[in-house]
Design a protein around this ligand. Structure first.
Ligand SMILES: [Zn+2]
Length: 421
């Protein structure tokens, strides 16, 4: 969300093109613009100094893959003005956008891989090696990355020595034991990109490739799958955190107990990204005049009606999932089961037992004393509780006393003040 905000700022300063886009292409009439832009950027960007780049702009022009807005690129205004007057975060973002553009028009990265297969004691082992022939766009990418402090990890190249078929080697072998670790929880980053791809595997192949829109080539990739749009995804996550379904633990996003329960209780059709994808598909069709909006709304209405009908009562088990952890106050004097604190009372967990102590019992209200869990616990444990600051209607003063639990087994529990000996 932060990043989108920066991009929006830069857009408003006319330095960056419209940021809420899914497209990775420019329209075909932008060839000249892109050509000029790239040569201006080569002079402007510190990490591009001395770079030998023959831009292949044609590769990024494709009007069919641009729906409402083309890919994010710097503007001519930025090429003129440069980084002057920009905040550090804005500079970083501009650098990133520029480096992507340069990478996109650079030569392909070419390399040669060698796979060597060794046979040893009847088993086959393979080793892979890689030799870079033409660095291409990777050189720009690496130059850019080396300007970032955090990301200095360099790709380790596995180069194999010269090998010939039929060679023999002597080997030392030993057995070692390793354990796999479970996949890590999502971070904001990984979850956002998972949302972008969500549903891709679930969509039947024919729908992805052959829907009417796709045949005409007018359907953007992201409209067929994924949850939310570039403009809304970050806000969706924020909302889940605010509502208590997801928790931030450091960089990780972890579902809360309520979050897990919600996913368990919701019908599968609502938790699956396929539903969203289908709706997006239909909306695109409606926008093109190929589908009827009233029909779509009628279907949604029927669907909602069906959902409400099927799920209007949730089973007791599922309802219990959402009850907050019950706090045990003590043991029931009648049946020995646990007594829990409710909103308005302390009640016996045994449904057949009627024992309940009301927090607004007249005994405590008259004495202007709150019936606290602490008092309730003492009453259950010892049959009596020392209570301070009881109000006397007779004297208008407060006094300390021991309150006794005087349960007669009736509907209401009685209390009385212990007489001073
Ligand atoms: Zn009981």
């Amino acid at each position: 969300k932060q990043t989108l905000d920066y991009a929006q700022q830069l857009y408003e300063k006319k330095l960056l093109t419209y940021p809420r886009t899914d497209s990775q292409y420019l329209t075909e009439d932008m060839g000249q613009t892109a050509q000029h832009l790239v040569s201006d950027l080569l002079g402007l960007l510190p990490f591009a100094q001395g770079l030998d780049l023959t831009p292949e702009v044609g590769r990024i022009l494709n009007s069919k893959k641009v729906s409402d807005h083309h890919a994010i690129i710097p503007t001519a205004e930025f090429a003129k003005q440069g980084f002057t007057g920009l905040a550090e975060s804005e500079c970083k973002l501009m650098n990133l956008v520029c480096s992507k553009l340069l990478c996109a028009v650079a030569a392909p990265h070419e390399y040669e891989t060698v796979t060597a297969v060794f046979s040893c004691a009847g088993n086959e082992f393979a080793a892979k090696g890689k030799t870079v022939l033409v660095p291409g766009w990777k050189e720009i990418d690496q130059r850019f990355r080396s300007t970032l402090k955090a990301d200095t990890e360099e790709e380790v190249l596995n180069t194999l020595p010269e090998l010939a078929e039929g060679q023999s080697f002597s080997v030392m072998a030993n057995v070692s034991e390793h354990f796999t670790s479970p996949p890590k929880a999502y971070t904001e980053d990984t979850l956002l990109s998972a949302m972008e791809r969500a549903g891709a595997e679930d969509m039947p192949e024919d729908k992805v490739n052959c829907s009417a829109g796709a045949r005409e080539g007018g359907l953007g990739q992201a409209e067929r799958k994924g949850l939310g749009t570039p403009a809304t995804r970050a806000a969706i996550l924020e909302k889940l955190v605010q509502m208590g379904f997801v928790q931030r633990k450091g960089k990780q996003l972890v579902p809360t107990k309520d979050g897990i329960n919600l996913a368990v209780v919701l019908p599968e059709s609502l938790t699956s990204p396929v539903l969203t994808a289908e709706w997006e598909n239909r909306l695109t069709e409606i926008a093109k005049g190929n589908a009827d909006p009233d029909e779509f709304m009628a279907e949604i209405e029927a669907q909602v009606r069906q959902l409400v009908k099927t799920y209007s009562c949730i089973s007791a088990d599922k309802q219990n999932l959402f009850q907050s952890e019950r706090v045990v106050i003590g043991k029931c004097p009648r049946c020995g089961e646990n007594v829990y604190e409710g909103k308005k009372n302390f009640y016996c967990g045994n449904r057949g037992c009627q024992f309940v102590m009301w927090k607004n019992d007249r005994f405590f209200e008259q004495r202007k004393k709150a019936f606290t869990p602490k008092i309730a616990a003492a009453l259950l444990k010892n049959g009596k509780a020392k209570v301070k600051g009881l109000y006397s209607e007779k004297t208008g003063k407060t006094y300390d006393a021991t309150v006794l639990l005087a349960d007669t087994g009736g509907k209401y529990v009685n209390y009385r003040v212990e007489r001073k000996e």
